[in-house]
Design a protein around this ligand. Structure first.
Ligand SMILES: [Zn+2]
Length: 372
């Protein structure tokens, strides 16, 4: 079935929220068409105007918060806000519980290169581990709880330090053709600090009910929207103001000490400089492959196509070559962290495999609709 994948990129129809038009082109590719029509100089000027309004007005406090992980995009965001727009920037990281050597070193390089303050949020390991384990079994997305902490901890930090602006990177909705958040406009919105696309899989209260003590959840609970509005805290996405190009961010970050993965690409990856700061995410993304029929290679090749670095023909070759490579590199750490036996792990992965998309060919599971 040839029309299962976008005719211009490599995303499949099974991606939630992605729409296809009569020409077989997906809504993410159509978003990119629109990006070519945007007057980026005007957008950049608009961001300067927002920054001019808040710069140095916070009585010695911070002008903005940039959430970072130690990756290339966060590093680029700190560069842009502190050096180009000259805001007093507080970097905030939700520290991964199983970090890589590169992740630790890149975060250190970010702080020393840009001479910025960094606030680390480390949530109670036992609570996070328990939630991730439940989410692994029940939602098939172990990162469910973590997504929640990222937004809530940043919102709480902005409130606590009375910081007027939070600067995210790309707007996933816009970049990937899903729902466009309220922050995808030039004024910024407090709502997006606590509402976003990532929470659709399960209602949080139902998820924790009777299993996790509410007292353990300060950084998991969103602050009151009225508090954010009262302090006039705004949230923006840099992807609205600047063309989002991960490779360009990598080059800029590299010039100030950012390093790719020393041992080269992880399985299923075409680059060695993305998602390398922690050890548990690759298997999580592999679960997306089982559920939805696409993962790292499709996403990375999509970006390369959209930014003009790769043809679809080449992308299809990459996807065919590497999509079935299981990310074994950190499997032992994954099993250890989640306290799983190999059998429990395999059984749960089988449970989440979508049989509308997968079939067994000989001894191997293969997608029913192969890309071409
Ligand atoms: Zn497409």
């Amino acid at each position: 079935m040839n029309n299962f994948y976008c005719k211009r990129c490599v995303l499949p129809r099974s991606k939630p929220g992605l729409k296809f038009d009569d020409e077989g082109i997906c809504s993410a590719c159509r978003s990119v068409d629109k990006k070519y029509q945007i007057n980026w100089r005007e957008r950049s000027d608009k961001l300067m105007q927002i920054c001019d309004e808040i710069r140095n007005k916070n009585k010695g406090g911070y002008d903005c918060i940039v959430p970072v992980s130690g990756g290339k995009d966060g590093t680029y965001q700190v560069y842009l806000m502190s050096k180009v727009y000259k805001l007093k920037t507080l970097a905030v990281t939700l520290q991964a519980h199983v970090q890589t050597k590169e992740g630790i070193e890149n975060l250190n390089a970010l702080v020393s290169s840009y001479n910025c303050d960094l606030l680390k949020v480390i949530v109670r390991p036992s609570t996070l581990r328990k939630m991730k384990r439940i989410a692994f079994f029940e939602i098939g997305n172990p990162n469910y709880a973590e997504h929640r902490v990222i937004f809530s901890s940043v919102a709480r930090t902005a409130l606590f330090y009375n910081v007027p602006l939070v600067v995210w990177g790309e707007d996933i909705g816009f970049e990937f053709g899903g729902n466009i958040s309220k922050s995808s406009n030039d004024s910024g919105s407090a709502e997006d600090l606590i509402n976003n696309d990532l929470f659709r899989e399960s209602k949080f209260d139902h998820f924790i009910s009777g299993r996790i003590d509410k007292k353990e959840l300060f950084f998991f609970e969103h602050p009151d929207i009225n508090e954010l509005k009262k302090q006039n805290i705004k949230s923006i996405y840099l992807g609205y103001f600047h063309w989002w190009d991960g490779y360009k961010h990598y080059l800029i970050s590299k010039s100030t000490g950012f390093k790719g993965r020393e041992k080269g690409n992880l399985s299923g990856n075409i680059i060695n400089y993305d998602n390398i700061d922690e050890k548990l995410c690759e298997i999580t993304i592999w679960m997306k492959f089982l559920k939805l029929g696409f993962w790292r290679p499709h996403d990375s090749c999509g970006y390369k196509i959209w930014n003009g670095y790769m043809s679809r023909k080449q992308a299809v070759e990459y996807v065919k070559e590497i999509q079935y490579q299981f990310p074994y590199e950190y499997l032992d750490e994954f099993l250890d962290y989640y306290q799983l036996t190999k059998t429990e792990f395999n059984e749960n992965l089988d449970k989440w495999r979508n049989l509308d998309l997968w079939e067994k060919k000989g001894n191997n599971w293969r997608l029913k609709y192969e890309i071409s």
